[in-house]
Ligand binder design. Structure first.
Ligand code: AKB
Length: 310
C-alpha cells in the first residue's frame, strides 16, 4: 500500500494515476495539505509537518511504501524560507522517522538539481560532486538526501532518490519553481502567441518530459535493492536547453510566436545550477532511459495544450 505525499503538485498530479494504473487503484492513498473536495477518491488531508497525523495515516491505511513529494520549490522557498525549512526538512525527517518506526518497506524521496550550487561543475555533473546550494530549497534538499542515506546506512530503511531536472508537463501548471518557464511558455504560445520569460535567453538548464520522469521514478522504486549503490540521489536528465532554443522549437510550430526577456530573481537562482548533469550512474545501475527528446516533447506539449485550451 503506497502513500503519496504532496499529491496535488506538478509531479503528484500525474504520479498518482500512473501508480494506480500500474499497481492497482486501491493500492495508492494520495495526500496533500488541502482539505478533500469530496470528488477525489483515495485522498486524505495530510500535513507532513505533523508527525502524529503521519503515524495515524500509516496505521489506518496499512501503508508499506511512501513516495514523499511534499515540498516547497525553489522560487517559493526564496519568498518564504521558513515555510520551506519546515516542510522540506522537518517534513522529510518526519516521513523518515515514521517509516523507520513502522518498519516500512521503501521510501522514495525525489531530489533535484537545486542541490547544486555555484561551485558545482557547470556541465555533465556527476552524481557525487560538490553540493553547496544557495537557496533554502537546495539547502533542505541536500539535508534530505543526506538523511535518506543516513537512514539507509544506520537503520537499513530502503530509501531511494533521484535528482530531477526541470520537469515539462501539461496537466498541472507549476507555479513555485525556477524551471516553470519551460511549461508556462507553451500555455502563452498557444493562448496569446507572446511570452515574457523571467530567465535570460541563454540560461541553459537540464530538463525532462513528465512521462520519462514518472517511469524513472517507478524504475528506481522497482529496482533490486542491491543494485542501488547511491542512496542520496541519482542524477537524471533527458536534454538541456536555453529559453531561446526552446522558443525556437515552439516558433517553428506556432507562427508569429514572440518572446521577450525580463530576468528576475529566478534567473539568479538558475545561475547557480548546472547546465547539464550526467545520468550515467542511473543508466548503469537501474536502467534509466528516456523516450522523449526535445522535438518529441515540444510536439506532444503543443498537441495537449491546444486540446486543453480548446
Ligand atoms: C524548481 O525549479 O524549483 C524545481 C526543481 C528543479 O527542483 N522544478
Amino acid at each position: 500500500m503506497i502513500l503519496v505525499t504532496g499529491s496535488s503538485g506538478q509531479i503528484g498530479t500525474e504520479l498518482v494515476p500512473y501508480l494506480r494504473e500500474k499497481y492497482g487503484k486501491d493500492s495508492v492513498i494520495s495526500s496533500d495539505i488541502m482539505e478533500p473536495t469530496g470528488t477525489q477518491t483515495g485522498y486524505i488531508r495530510l500535513d507532513v509537518t505533523d508527525r502524529d497525523s503521519l503515524d495515524r495515516a500509516i496505521e489506518k491505511y496499512g501503508i508499506t511504501d511512501i513516495f514523499h513529494l511534499a515540498g516547497i520549490l525553489s522560487a517559493k522557498g526564496e519568498k518564504d524560507p521558513d515555510l520551506a525549512y519546515r516542510v522540506n526538512l522537518n517534513g522529510t525527517y518526519n516521513v523518515l522517522e515514521a517509516a523507520r518506526r513502522h518498519s516500512l518497506d521503501k521510501v522514495i524521496i525525489p531530489s533535484t538539481i537545486g542541490v547544486f550550487g555555484p561551485e558545482t561543475p557547470k556541465r555533465n555533473v556527476p552524481s557525487i560532486t560538490v553540493l553547496r546550494p544557495r537557496t533554502m530549497y537546495g539547502v533542505t534538499k541536500v539535508a534530505a538526501e543526506l538523511l535518506g542515506q543516513y537512514y539507509y546506512e544506520k537503520f537499513r530503511l530502503d530509501v531511494r532518490s533521484l535528482r530531477y531536472p526541470g520537469i515539462i508537463s501539461y496537466m498541472a501548471e507549476p507555479t513555485a519553481g525556477t524551471t516553470d518557464y519551460a511549461v508556462e511558455i507553451f500555455y502563452y504560445a498557444v493562448r496569446m502567441k507572446k511570452y515574457t520569460c523571467y530567465l535570460q535567453k541563454n540560461r541553459r538548464l537540464p530538463m525532462m518530459y513528465m512521462p520519462d520522469a514518472l517511469r524513472a521514478l517507478t524504475d528506481l522504486y522497482e529496482a533490486d535493492s542491491n543494485k542501488i549503490s547511491l542512496r542520496n540521489g541519482y542524477n537524471v536528465q533527458a536534454y538541456s536547453f536555453t529559453p531561446e532554443e526552446l522558443y525556437g522549437k515552439i516558433a517553428e510550430r506556432i507562427n508569429g510566436f514572440q518572446i521577450e526577456y525580463k530576468p528576475d530573481y529566478r534567473d539568479g537562482i538558475a545561475a547557480t545550477w548546472p547546465e547539464s548533469i550526467d545520468s550515467s550512474d542511473a543508466i548503469k545501475e537501474w536502467g534509466f532511459r528516456y523516450d522523449y527528446d526535445l522535438d518529441r516533447t515540444v510536439d506532444d506539449m503543443i498537441d495537449h495544450i491546444s486540446e486543453k485550451l480548446g
